[in-house]
Design a protein around this ligand. Structure first.
Ligand SMILES: Nc1nc2[nH]c(SCCc3ccc(S(N)(=O)=O)cc3)nc2c(=O)[nH]1
Length: 277
């Protein structure tokens, strides 16, 4: 299980790897101007790489519940300079967390290696942009849109409906010319799912891992932890590591987290148990 990256590089996914989250939205950095945010972002990326992150996931538009849309020019201004700097300074894998075709193209041009789209390439021009970019793509399930997705999530059978959506999107990508080996699937924890929906997806995660595509799981600090334990964002480390461990045990190959150091340690324990110390 390998992804083919630009510049003849490859990413081996025969074991789970940790993806560190680099949020470039203004609300995610204690305020300072654009340069302070840029500088802080590079320092945070370096720390995550030191802590063992294999992929840095860069996002310029918040997709948390209730988030407002960000215009393409603003998203570009946030992500392109950071991708260029990371590409110059580190030999890491960079993913761009975006749904906009223009941002996908510019980000890959600037040095991004993977397109991570929470809208599964359904936005106008996104599929064509991903095909042209010739990079791996992560297709994630979301019910509704960030502004309203958590108001009343509804499913007859959350596992089969999410799985069916992902397989349909994967087929569309393959028919458009994206190689099957370049497609990653993701059930989208917290994106139009109730607490119960999230835990049923987590309980049945092996079914997604068995679909024939590498699986990405992102539960770090999300409401499936906050609502369950009634604790604030900065107290969700232990339960986030528990979620990461459970996902790795069920075959997830990319674990998307804020707390890289602790998650790398937990994933290392899982791989020692599964494949030998
Ligand atoms: N592939 C992939 N990309 C992602 N990008 C993000 S940003 C998280 C936005 C958010 C925050 C909080 C909640 S909530 N209501 O569960 O607390 C939902 C969504 N996440 C993911 C994810 O999972 N996969």
């Amino acid at each position: 299980m390998q992804l083919c990256l630009p510049r003849q590089r490859r990413l081996d996914l025969s074991r789970p790897v940790v993806m560190g989250i680099l949020n470039l939205t203004p609300d995610s950095f204690s305020d300072g101007g654009r340069y302070n945010r840029y500088d802080a972002a590079l320092r945070q990326a370096e720390q995550m790489l030191t802590d063992g992150a294999v992929i840095i996931d860069i996002g310029g538009e918040s997709t948390r519940p209730g988030a407002a849309a960000v215009p393409a020019h603003e998203e570009l201004a946030r992500v392109v300079p950071v991708i260029e700097a990371l590409r110059r300074q580190f030999d890491c894998v960079i993913s761009i967390d975006t749904s906009k075709a223009a941002v996908m193209s510019a980000a890959v041009q600037a040095g991004a290696d993977i397109i991570n789209d929470v809208r599964a390439l359904l936005e106008p021009g996104a599929l064509a942009a991903a095909v042209s970019a010739q990079v791996p793509v992560c297709l994630m399930h979301m019910q509704g849109a960030p502004r309203s997705m958590q108001q009343a999530p509804q499913y007859q059978d959350v596992v089969s409906e999410v799985k069916q959506f992902l397989l349909e999107r994967a087929r569309a990508c393959e028919q458009a010319g994206i190689d099957k080996q370049q497609i990653i699937l993701d059930p989208g924890f917290g994106f139009g799912k109730s607490l119960t929906h999230n835990y049923v997806l987590l309980q049945q995660l092996q079914q997604f891992a068995d679909c024939g595509y590498p699986l990405l799981a992102g539960m770090s600090r999300k409401s499936m932890i906050g609502q369950l334990l009634n604790i604030p964002l900065n107290e969700r480390l232990a339960a986030s590591v528990a979620c990461a461990t459970i996902a790795a045990l069920q075959g997830a190959r990319i674990i998307r987290v804020h707390d890289v150091k602790e998650t790398v340690q937990a994933v290392r324990v899982v791989t020692a148990m599964q494949y030998g110390a």
